[in-house]
Each structure stands twice: as structure tokens, then as C-alpha cells.
Design a protein. Sequence first.
Length: 413
Amino acid sequence: MSRLVMKFGGTSVADLDRIRNVALHVKRERDSGHEVAVVVSAMSGKTNELVAWVKDASALYDPREYDAVVASGEQVTAGLLAIALQRLGLAARSWQGWQVPVQTSDAHGVARIEAIEASGIEEGFRRGEVAVVAGFQGVHAGTGRIATLGRGGSDTSAVAVAAAIRADRCDIYTDVDGVYTTDPRVVPKARRLERIAFEEMLEMASLGAKVLQVRSVELAMVHGVPTFVRSSFDDPAAPRPGTLICGEEDIVESQVVTGIAFSRDEAQVTLRRLKDAPGIAASVFIPLAEAGINVDMIIQVASGDNRHTDMTFTTTTADFERACALLTDKKAAIGFETLEGSTDVVKVSAIGVGMRSHAGVAAQAFQALSDKGINIRAITTSEIKFSVLIDAAYTELAVRTLHTLYGLDRVAA
Ligand code: ASP
Ligand code: MG
């Protein structure tokens, strides 16, 4: 018998009607003979509400108690879905993270799954039960405390459960019908992809596409779990397949560029006239690292006079103020003249495994952007992607320009 994990996100379980609709999707798969583990999110908006309550209770909250509170949203939907399934005549049982158990690290609020003991769920399968697992949560084995996986973490729960029960596939049901070449709200001509490679999806998610939690794609890639992104808003009796995330070897016709991602959560910091001497990069980036500030793009200007150089880097908007304050504090020790910063920047990236075997892909983009009068502030490239940092005001224009340039626009049928 084949096994399936079906994951439903917040909008798919937003109220009891939506949960009844989910039950119909699950019934369809049970009726066609699959053993099914369902992983659910909290009702949409619920986790935000719980997080706000915690912060309201105390700005300096205990992260273990944060987890005790925010994990509750998924407990509710798991129980409700089990009831809805039973009402349709299916055997079903809910499982909280600690009951499975889903063992995690002790990094409360951003815990990682370390192991899943699948035997309880598998015994349930033998009794004919659908397992309804609360996503986003697990338990730290050492302390026995509930831990959560970071926002969007139920995607990761789903893929991890799929790996643990050796599921044939993992279906991630959401409010869109698949993965698109870019955000359709920005580019109406964006196309749904039939397939996308794990590595490409990983880059898309890391570079700003919000369909899946990054960690879930990593896990799917490591364990080779074929994962579909598909819509829970389809008629349960006539669902469409969605987008398959799979190995590169399973993609027949691939484009050079598969998708365009963008992230507005970027800030730029530039240090002018740094001493040009060994150790200068370390003197800037070690204090940032020690403060837990993540740095993304880094550009050091090659010095002309052998005495001074400029250094630019990007970080998240949340860390921007802290990074500026910290460096300003260390101005004398590091030895720079001025610090300039901006949060009005956006990172636009093009992704495709085809870039490995094609030269000049990024160069075409630089030309196309300049033709539109868009100035590039910083560039990074790697094997299957490149990114440009530009003024936020040009986001839409840049994304649309690259989307057209690489032949991704949907042609009218
Ligand atoms: N409910 C959690 C969140 O909103 C986890 C998830 O939905 O994936 O982040
Ligand atoms: Mg999500």
C-alpha cells in the first residue's frame, strides 16, 4: 500500500468549513487506498495572535513558555480535523509533536527536528487510522519541553514525517495551485511550473519566494521526498496535481532560468575609506557575527591607492539598526571614515540549474536592467543563481524585465 503525507496550511484550515473541505481531500486519498498522515498548521492568523499575546505578557519572555503558547494553535486544528474525518466515517487520531514523538533540538522558537519515532503512527496505519499530526511542534528529549520549529515550520514537519514513514510523496496543500515562475501579484504573466528541481526550489525559498519554509526544501532534497505544492481550494473531487519538486534528473525540458525571486527584507550598509590592510574584513564581520547579525552580500572595493578601500554588505531590515549602531561604536577601532546605510533596497534573483552550462546569463540581465535605467548597487553570483541589489522603487519593473528576458512570460492560450 502506498503512503502519503498531506499537509494543510493556515488558510486551508481557517475555519470549520475549510476543515471539512480538508477532510474531503483526505477521504479521497484514503478511498483510493493510501495510508495517510496529515500534517496541519494552525488556523490562519492564530499563530500571529498567540505570538502577540506572548510579547504583550512580557517583552522579556521565557522562550520555553513562548513555545508552550504558540504550539497550541496546531493542537486545535489537529483535533478538529480528526473529528471531521471521523464524521465522514474514517478512523482518525490526532498526534501532538510530543506524542509521536517528533524530537527536536532545544533551540526554542527555532528548533530543528532531530528524529521522528514513526512506530506509533505506523501502528495506527495497521489499525486503518489516518494520523493527524500537529505541525510546527516537537519535544526536546533532554528536557521534555515542547519546542516549535520557527514560523512556517509545519512544512518542515510534513516533509520530516514523510521521510520518517518513508512516504511515496508529500503533498503540501496551500492557497495557491503551485510554484510560480515569480510572484503572480507582481507579474500577472507568471506561469505555474509543472516541475522544479529541489536545488532551484531551495534557492527560490531562500531568496524570497514564500511558498515553503527553506528547511522543508532542504529536508526534501536530502531525503529525496517527491513533494507537490497544490491547492486545497480545488474541488476535492477533481484536484489538480500542482507543482512537483523533484530531482534535477526528473526534469526533461528545463529552461536556463526557472524563476525570479525577490526579497524586500534587505538593508545595505557601506563603510567608506577603510584602512586597506590585512584583517580589515575580520574587524568588521567578526563583531557582527558575534552579535548574531546575519550578513548576506559582501562587496569590498579593490583599493587603488593601497591605503583605502570601501566595504558594502547587506543584512535583514530587522538587524539593520543594530548593525549600524555596533559598527559606529567600533568606528575608531575599525578605522573607517563614514557609514552609509539604506533600507530602501530590494534583492532580485534569477535561479536556474541551466546556468551551470550556459555562459553570460547574468550579463544579459545587467544589460536589460540598464536599458530600463535601473542602477545596480551590488551583485552576487553562484552556480545556479545570481542576485542584484537595487532601489526598492524599481522592484516591479526589475522583476518584470527579467521575467520577460528569460522567456518566462505565459503566452496567451
Ligand atoms: N502556524 C505556524 C506559523 O504560522 C506554522 C505554520 O503554519 O507553518 O508560522
Ligand atoms: Mg506556510
